[in-house]
Design a binder for this molecule. Structure first.
Ligand SMILES: *Cc1c(COP(=O)(O)O)cnc(C)c1O
Length: 468
């Protein structure tokens, strides 16, 4: 069943050669390059229209070419080999320091002069989050002898926290959102705290709706209970500081709040580096120490590793560093301004359609729901027109995350207005019809359905890893 369901994920079947084993004799360079360029160009065409939500965070073709050149200089370098390539730690220490400064790291000194924001570079937002959760688990075991650790996360927070629970044996408790503002309900969070709670989580902004949780209130709760507070700024960390400076209403979420003990921020999203880097920051070095790993006894020599990954490409580090140095505050401000202009246009279009309702008070992600219409029918229509929204659930909605590619299409808002209005008409005329884009969500309604969905999703992964 899943093979049929997921067949569209294998468009190169019967078109390109499939390799079940190494070719006996290697192919010609030109031949390989031609094949890969063809498919890369075809796939790029899907987002170059500006109609694709999120996903492509690079800061323009020139910027990408520059990063690729930088990557090439260090592509073969292993970040773990500190003796032969000290450059990687030079760049990573600076990436961490610049990110800490952007997120008001110096504010921690006013609360405790011994604190100093520090961190590491990781391979992505998920690894940053995993590392922070491991830190809280290990700290709680050592300092408070907590053997059955729990964290409390908003339902809207990223699945990486559930993954952390899955990997590290931490119980993940989900807190509901406020009914009208869609930010975590802090009264509910208070109720959920137990003697085993090791940390709270808030997002800035969350993936479903792009909203910033009331981190100031979470900060107070965390201080009162002497537990950690992780702010997931994977998505918003590199844009919200600039959106705030532009004068938009962005709730404070960073180290200016005394209870915030760690923040994740992705250089590979709005940091505009290449995919494969993120930053995890801690309020002080004693927290970071719980992340580190060392093995003195290894036969192969003393081994140290700051995070989960072992070998990492110095090329990715160099690209993240170069992106930050090249853009500077001015570049990030300009990007944020252009992105917010697109987001504002999209917001206005949605606000002008009475059947649709915007979720909360958003900035760069516009998420909408509908009391009257099946938004997934709208999604079906919009997909036909080349738009790629992200479908969200509970409640059913669609979100559009503005990034740089959208800022390059001058009449994007007009196209969006025309297509969305037609999409709403389509959903009205086809009321009751089953939407293609919600096939899985429909099943989710019952326990048996949920089990089926989870089996289908596992089968999907099997299928993706199958050579066809
Ligand atoms: C992308 C994202 C993550 C996870 O990051 P990856 O880089 O995909 O591992 C976590 N939280 C939020 C809000 C995100 O958008």
């Amino acid at each position: 069943m899943s093979e049929e369901l997921f067949a569209s994920f294998k468009p190169y079947k019967n078109r390109l050669e499939s390799y079940h084993k190494l070719p006996g004799k290697g192919r010609e360079i030109d031949d390989i390059f031609t094949e890969l360029s063809t498919i890369a160009n075809e796939e790029d065409a899907k987002w170059k229209t500006g109609k694709c939500s999120g996903t492509y965070y690079h800061a323009g073709e020139e910027h990408r070419k520059f990063l690729n050149k930088v990557f090439a200089l260090f592509s073969h370098v292993n970040g773990i080999q500190i003796d032969t390539c000290p450059s990687v730690f030079k760049m990573e220490s600076e990436i961490v320091s610049m990110t800490a400064n952007m997120l008001n790291g110096e504010a921690v000194k006013a609360v405790n002069p011994d604190d100093e924001v520090c961190g590491t570079v990781t391979i992505g937002g998920s690894e940053s989050i995993l590392m922070a959760m491991k830190v809280y688990r290990d700290r709680a075991l050592k300092e408070r002898n907590i053997k059955e650790p729990e964290i409390i996360k908003p339902v809207s927070a990223h699945p990486a926290f559930i993954k952390a629970g899955h990997y590290f044996g931490i119980k993940v408790i989900e807190a509901p959102l406020g009914e009208s503002d869609f930010r975590v309900d802090t009264d509910a969070v208070k109720e959920l705290i137990t003697p085993n709670t090791i940390a709270l989580v808030g997002s800035a902004g969350n993936y479903p709706h792009g909203l910033v949780d009331p981190i100031d209130e979470l900060s107070e709760i965390a201080l009162e209970h002497k537990i950690g507070l992780h702010v997931d700024g994977c998505l918003g960390g590199f844009i919200l500081p600039w959106v705030e400076k532009l004068g938009y209403n962005v709730p404070t979420f960073d180290f200016r709040l005394p209870g915030v003990t760690s923040i994740s921020a992705d250089t590979h999203k709005f940091g505009f580096g290449l995919k494969g880097t993120s930053v995890i920051l801690y309020r002080n070095k004693s927290l970071r120490r719980y992340q580190y790993f060392q093995s003195v006894e290894f036969q192969g020599g003393t081994y140290i590793s700051p995070s989960m990954a072992g070998s990492r490409s110095g090329g990715l580090t160099a690209a993240a560093w170069a992106a930050m140095i090249y853009l500077g505050e001015e570049g990030y401000m300009e990007s944020a301004k252009a992105i917010m202009s697109v987001a504002d246009d999209i917001k206005k279009v949605v606000q002008g359609i009475p059947e649709l309702k915007i979720v909360g008070d958003p900035t760069f992600i516009i998420s909408f729901i509908s009391d009257e219409l099946d938004v997934f029918l709208i999604n079906d229509f919009m997909s036909e027109k080349g738009w790629r929204f992200n479908a969200v659930q509970k409640p059913s909605g669609l979100h559009f995350c503005a990034t740089r590619p959208q800022t390059l299409v001058p009449d994007l808002a007009d196209q969006f207005a025309r297509d969305l209005k037609a999409g709403v008409e389509y959903a009205k005329t086809n009321k009751g019809k089953e939407a293609k884009s919600s096939a899985l969500y429909g099943l989710n309604a019952t326990i048996e359905g949920q089990q089926m969905v989870s089996e289908i999703l596992y089968e999907a992964l099997d299928y993706f890893y199958k050579v066809v």
